[in-house]
Write a protein that binds this ligand. Structure first.
Ligand code: GRF
Length: 198
């Protein structure tokens, strides 16, 4: 199975996905594509031997459709079977998503359906939640609302800030996403509840 990964920044989730695929061979990373040519993840992908491309979204302004039309050539040239959004910070139009429906995944830093959208950790803290976490879900036209494929929980600790909670959740994101992708490419879409790590 050929996997393309879309990033916007550091790409720490992308790195873990590529490492897992290269170590275990359950799929092949065929492209890392960013909406930011300066995304630090692009150099990390290149260092791992994965082809990269970037399409700067800024020249397209608010014309999401035009930006997505520019994403398609490098994406389709890689002929991915699965697309993983990993720290990809652009909202995709339902039309674009529909052309990949059923084979596009995203990782979101909350226990969906709680806190779709942004600032998830601060919202969990403001709500006084005792647990937080991350979710890998199928991408559908509705933002952060597709079928859940896996979740991992972390405790919210006294004195947590959005940053300390984000750091704790990110560790679990790096465990969860490869575990879900491994099952997904094997055709297993049953939701995975990742046990707390030792
Ligand atoms: C992570 O918190 C991820 O959940 C969110 O973007 C953040 C950075 O991801 N989608 P990465 O380090 O670029 O993979």
């Amino acid at each position: 199975m050929r996997v393309a990964i879309l990033i916007s920044g550091g790409g720490s989730n992308m790195v873990r996905l590529v490492q897992a695929m290269q170590a275990e061979g359950f799929a092949t990373p065929v492209l890392v594509l960013s909406n930011d040519p300066a995304a630090a993840g692009l150099a990390k992908a290149q260092a791992m031997g994965v082809p990269v491309a970037a399409v700067d979204h800024r020249p397209f302004g608010k014309d999401r459709t035009a930006f997505e039309a520019a994403l398609l050539p490098p994406l389709l040239a890689a002929a991915p079977d699965v697309i993983c959004l990993a720290g990809f910070m652009r909202v995709l139009t339902p039309e674009f998503v529909r052309s990949f429906e059923g084979r596009m995944l995203n990782i979101h830093p909350s226990l969906l359906p709680l806190y779709p959208g942004l600032h998830t950790h601060q919202r969990a803290l403001d709500a006084g939640d005792a647990v937080a976490g991350c979710t890998v879900h199928e991408v559908t036209g509705a933002l952060d609302a597709g079928p859940i494929l896996g979740q991992a929980q972390v405790p919210v600790l006294p004195g947590d800030t959005a940053d300390s909670l984000a750091a704790r959740v990110l560790v679990q994101e790096h465990r969860l996403y490869p575990a879900v992708l491994r099952r997904f490419v094997a055709g297993d879409r049953t939701p995975l509840e990742l046990p707390p790590d030792a």
